[in-house]
Design a protein around this ligand. Structure first.
Ligand SMILES: Cc1cc2nc3c(=O)[nH]c(=O)nc-3n(C[C@H](O)[C@H](O)[C@H](O)COP(=O)(O)OP(=O)(O)OC[C@H]3O[C@@H](n4cnc5c(N)ncnc54)[C@H](O)[C@@H]3O)c2cc1C
Length: 485
């Protein structure tokens, strides 16, 4: 009986777990290790963060679903991987630290034949002094963070109602952050909520980002056709910022945050301070704190993980200059080169290079949006890993496995710009491929007919529909597998 262990129960890991149970049959044991008892539909944390949704609407307990599906669930943090076993056992295993209240702080050993690393990001607030909920800014990365953000925003709104002007800063808290799309969404949702509260004229909203241009979103921007004309995500986003009277600080690396003051450096090397009354800044991501050891007990973490802490897979990590990278550098099987029975999917795999052009200030500070790995590709990779494991179980370790490179994969992204059934709006974007392929598409790196953007009320309805659809799917309700990743 094969044993498939999945670390992480987010978008990639939970998708992998449900498909594993469906595709691998009764003779395979499916095990999930994850520190939280709940699943979180992270995209809707934006709405929790402005008080439009309750935390309970974006989370649900995983235990009952795994019980119903016959998936073994360990509420624990994976700490170390032993891909060759150790002196006591030949079997590969993961060492875990239980967070489950009934076994809290116990150490466990979970053996595997195949391992799927879907541990997502470590929210690396520590990279910027003063950043984050333990410092001076709020976050919407987890449902609990979003609840705190909503309370803090509400305090600011009360001050505005009492006649006090407020400076609202929203963006990313480090030069190497990713997820600019989420910061963009939160900015426009806050703008919308302030209008609804009748206090928009009492606030100055400032978006602070490591993107060199608006509309970059960490994917180097997009060129698409709108009403028969070609336009860029830059033009499109700039006009939205003008229309909503939102200022932008571009190409910024946040150096530190003090109470009410964001210290930042720009690509040209100048340093300034943005004073704020309310600030939501996303943290940079790195791989979670995992280590790996060989049979002799030697630390092989640097062989398995990149310096970013993300796991190495079948990508080109030679570190060639930005101008020289090619679509083929991106991974397509997500298998670790040293241990091909280990996969890393979603945010957990190490990207080979930035998609957006990285820049350095004259002071040597790197200001470079990291490549986003959004929900759709994360789900696709989770399913792909299971389809590959199915082939490997059936046909042996040399079996051909399916592939799905981000340079040959599209993504749809709907960025909310205000939540309201009749007057909400969202920016809907699709791009193909996510990673530009300049050989296949010499002009723009992407297929123009398959790259598209539009803003309007229908986008909000789609975003709301996706909220309900993905929670339905994640709850493994009847027909869940028909809903695409
Ligand atoms: C505010 C916000 C809004 C977003 N909005 C959108 C959107 O609108 N559309 C979109 O496509 N994407 C959006 N994203 C991105 C999307 O959330 C990610 O692409 C997606 O969550 C990545 O999936 P993942 O499974 O790789 O990571 P996650 O979903 O973060 O899951 C990681 C899992 O690993 C677990 N874990 C962590 N450490 C360990 C460990 N040591 N051992 C075991 N388990 C561990 C975590 O608890 C979690 O269960 C948004 C992100 C943010 C922060």
């Amino acid at each position: 009986m094969a044993r498939v262990v999945i670390m992480g129960a987010g978008i990639a890991g939970h998708t992998a777990a449900l498909h594993a149970k469906r595709l691998l049959g009764k003779e395979t044991q499916v095990v999930v290790i994850s520190p939280n008892s709940n699943w979180n539909w992270i995209p809707s944390n934006i709405w929790v963060g402005v008080g439009k949704m309750q935390k309970e609407q974006v989370i649900f307990p995983l235990g009952p679903i795994y019980k119903r599906k016959g998936i073994e669930f360990h509420q624990a943090l994976a700490k170390s991987i032993y891909p060759e076993g150790n002196s006591e056992t030949q079997n590969p295993f993961v060492e875990v630290l239980y967070t489950d209240p009934s076994r809290k702080d116990q150490i466990g050993r979970i053996e595997f034949d195949f391992l799927v690393n879907a541990t997502g990001p470590k929210l690396n607030f520590q990279a910027t002094p003063g950043l984050g909920p333990d410092g001076h800014t709020v976050s919407v990365c987890t449902a609990n963070h979003a609840v705190e953000a909503a309370a803090s925003l509400q305090e600011s709104i009360s001050r505005m109602k009492a006649g006090q002007k407020q400076l609202i800063a929203i963006g990313v808290g480090h030069g190497t952050c990713t997820c600019e799309g989420a910061a963009f969404e939160y900015t426009f949702n806050v703008d919308y909520e302030l209008r609804q509260a009748g206090v928009r004229d009492m606030a100055e909203i400032c978006y602070i980002t490591n993107e060199f241009e608006l509309g970059d979103f960490g994917v180097g921007g997009m060129i698409f056709t709108q009403q028969g004309f070609q336009t860029t995500s830059k033009l499109w986003t700039e006009s939205l910022f003008r229309e909503r009277n939102i200022k932008a600080i571009l190409g910024a690396h946040v150096e530190k945050v003090e109470a009410g003051a964001i210290h930042y450096e720009l690509v040209d090397g100048t340093k300034s301070i943005l004073n704020f009354d309310f600030a939501m800044l996303l943290p940079p991501f790195r791989g979670v704190d995992l280590q790996a050891f060989n049979k002799a007990g030697e630390d092989i973490s640097s062989q398995i993980f990149a310096t970013s802490g993300f796991m190495k897979v079948d990508a080109d990590y030679s570190g060639k200059p930005y101008e020289e990278w090619r679509a083929e550098d991106w991974p397509s099987t997500y298998r670790n080169p040293s241990y091909p029975n280990i996969f890393a999917v979603g945010i957990a795999f190490a990207p080979p290079h930035q998609i957006s052009k990285p820049r350095k200030s004259p002071n040597g500070t790197l200001i470079a949006p990291s490549p986003p790995r959004t929900g759709m590709p994360s789900g696709i990779m989770g399913k792909l890993a299971i389809m590959s494991i199915k082939e490997l179980i059936k046909n042996g370790k040399d079996a051909e496995v399916p592939t799905a490179s981000m340079a040959d994969m599209g993504a749809a992204c709907v960025a909310s710009a205000g939540s309201g059934l009749r007057n909400g709006s969202a920016a809907s974007m699709t791009m193909y491929p996510i990673v530009p392929d300049r050989v296949k598409y010499p002009n723009t790196g992407r297929s123009i007919p398959d790259t598209f953007g539009e803003i309007g009320l229908s986008g909000h309805w789609i975003k709301l529909l996706l909220h309900y659809m993905f929670i339905y799917k994640a709850k493994a309700r009847p027909g869940w597998s028909l809903i695409p990743e």
